[in-house]
Each structure stands twice: as C-alpha cells, then as structure tokens.
Design a protein around this ligand. Structure first.
Ligand code: TYM
Length: 331
C-alpha cells in the first residue's frame, strides 16, 4: 500500500463503532503502508455543529483516541484538517466539476438533513466533495473506513476519474476503500437494525471510548437481546439483529470468528455472555479510555503531535496542489 488516509469527525461521543470499524484497522495498516495520514476532520464537524458542542475539546479527544488506540505519531501523521488549508481549496475545485446529480444520490445527506432539506446548510450538502478532497489531496491509494462511508468513497473515486479525464492527466490515483473485519457496521445496543452513532439521543445505544468500566457493564447489561439461547453457529442467528451485533462485537474484541464465539456460548442465554462481554470490554476498551484521559491532561503534547502531523501533511498538500493548479491553468 502506497499511502493511506482516513479520518473521524470531532463531534463528541467517539464510540465503539468508530474504533472497531475504522481506527483499529488503521493501527495494523500503519505498519503495512508506505505512508499513513490520520486526520481529525474538524471542517466536517462544522456541518452539524451545535452550540452545546466544544469543537476544540472534541478535536483533542479524537487525537487522544488515535494515540490511545495505537497510532504511532512517529510513523503516521496525526493532524487537524483545518491546519491544512489546501483541503478547502481542492474542495472548491472539485465542487466545480461535480454534477449536482451525483450529490443528490448521497444517502447520508438525506438522513442528516431529515425532513427539512431546505433548512440544511450548503456545507452539509457539499460534505462528500470535501471528503473527496481530503483523500485526493494526498493522492491516497487506500482508505480504511466503516461500511457507512462506502458511498462517499465511491463519489471520491468518481471525482478523481472526472478530474483526470477533464484535465487529461492521471493526476489522482483512484482510491481503494478498505472495509474489512467483523465490525464494519456496529449496530446500536438498543436497536440492532440501526447503526451505532454519535448522534443517537440514547447514550445506552453506544459504548463510548471514555466510558468507565461500570458504565460499560451497565450498558451491556441493558443492551437489547431476545429470549432464545445462543446457537452453535453464527448463521443460526438469522433474524436476530441485536444478538448478531453483540456476537460480532465480542468476536472482534476477542480476535475470534463469530462462529467460534457462538460455539463457546452455545445453548446458554445472554446473561453469562453479556457478563463475559463486559469483562472483555473492561480489558480492551476501558484502558483505552484511561489512556485518553491521560493524553487529554497534557494538551501541549497533543498540540505538538498535531503540529508535526500538519507539517508533513502540508508538505505533501503543497506539492500536489502545484500539479493541480498547473493542470487546470491557474497561474
Ligand atoms: P465518522 O466520524 O462518522 O466515523 C469515523 C469512522 O468510523 C466509522 N464508523 C463506524 N464503523 C462501524 N460501525 C459503526 N457504527 C460506525 N460508525 C462510524 C466510519 O465509517 C468512519 O470510518 N465522513 C467521515 C469522516 C471523513 C473521512 C474523510 C473518512 C471525512 N473525510 C476522508 C475517510 C477519509 C465520517 O463522517 O466519519
């Protein structure tokens, strides 16, 4: 792999889905790629920012999460999107070659804008174009994300192709989405048919990385399940979305296959399984939260790490933007 890039929005409540679906995979991939960049996409957070949120604190929290999960700042660049102004410049250029029809297909805009589409801001609509710029600015070849970002990645590929054709040069490599593992779509603990998300009003729907062991245990105890015992294979969980979700989470955290997890608990009800799952989280997720708190108590160190990351990111961005401007004819 030549160059990987990915990011998380600093919108508060970073959760198990973000970790298992994305960040955890980055930790292994940073050792396989020639170069890796992990961005805290604060400009994206602006699209849904509400007055109660503290963007600065949330930005530090995501940086702390990357580090606590095992992103090595000596190997990978960790930086805030807003510290590299070329993201927004390239985004504007892409806005001028992206047909509205492509954006009208984006399901996340429809979900986020809700019923009042006319009141949604322009930034929310243009969001996927900025995301394409995040990726292509660095000529990233591989983009590890959770399943929900697939459509945005397809758009980034289309935009890369459109630019290359329009200006007659293969300036941008077509980025490959990397969606892999047993937790590409972690579901809500309250409803196995909807995604675990930062914006769900119920805190019981998600495990947050900063949750204490007690909170985690309580959330797992209250997680929705059903009355049936666990079967001995994963395929036996058909039509039981909440059970499937918990088994997948267990499997990912324990580095087991979902079938092996079912075999271990076959014939039992959910109570011992949930007990073990809470223990597993106390060993894996809770210590990460503790490390995050340590990082968060030393903002100067986080600033130093993000400054170093932004320096490298700006170096690449500056070089690539020279090619982009030349290809377009901007003097
Ligand atoms: P965001 O901040 O919503 O989520 C960050 C990452 O976590 C993954 N994820 C999940 N994976 C599994 N199960 C879930 N329930 C779950 N919820 C979230 C997401 O797929 C993502 O990988 N648009 C992006 C941020 C972004 C970006 C980029 C990503 C901006 N520019 C460039 C990659 C490359 C987003 O909103 O992610």
């Amino acid at each position: 792999m030549q160059r990987i890039l990915s990011g998380v929005r600093p919108t508060g409540g970073i959760h198990l889905g973000n970790y298992l679906g994305a960040i955890r995979n980055w930790v292994t991939m940073q050792h396989q790629a020639k170069e890796s960049l992990f961005c805290i996409v604060d400009m994206h957070a602006l699209t849904t920012l509400d007055a109660s949120e503290n963007l600065a604190e949330n930005t530090y929290t995501i940086a702390a999460a990357y580090l606590s999960a095992g992103i090595d700042p000596d190997r990978s660049s960790i930086f805030a999107q807003s510290h590299v102004p070329a993201h927004t410049e390239l985004s504007w250029i892409f806005s001028c070659i992206t047909p509205l029809g492509w954006l009208n297909r984006m399901t996340q805009f429809k979900e986020k804008a809700g019923k009042h589409k006319d009141l949604a801001c322009l930034g929310l609509y243009a969001y996927p174009v900025l995301m394409a710029a995040d990726i292509l600015l660095y000529k990233a070849t591989h983009v590890p994300v959770g399943e929900d970002q697939k459509q945005h990645l397809e758009l980034a590929r289309d935009i890369a192709g459109a630019f290359n054709r329009r200006f007659g040069e293969d300036l941008f490599p077509i980025p490959e989405p990397m969606i892999f593992g047993t937790a590409t779509r972690v579901m809500s603990l309250r409803d196995g048919t909807s995604k675990m998300s930062k914006s769900d009003i119920s805190e019981y729907s998600r495990i947050e990385l900063l949750d204490t062991a007690d909170t985690v245990a309580q959330k797992i105890r209250k997680a929705k399940t059903d009355m049936e015992p666990l079967p001995d294979t994963f395929s036996g969980l058909e039509h039981r979305p909440e059970a499937q979700n918990l088994v997948n989470i267990y499997a990912t955290l324990a580095n087991m296959s979902p079938d092996a997890v079912c075999q271990e608990f076959a014939g039992e009800n959910f109570s011992p399984f949930k007990h073990k799952l809470a223990e597993l989280m106390a060993e894996t997720i809770v210590p990460m939260g503790e490390k995050m708190r340590q990082y968060l108590s030393d903002k100067a160190e986080l600033d130093r790490i993000m400054k170093k990351g932004a320096h490298r990111a700006n170096e690449l961005a500056t070089a690539h933007m020279i090619d982009v401007r030349r290809a377009i004819g901007i003097i």
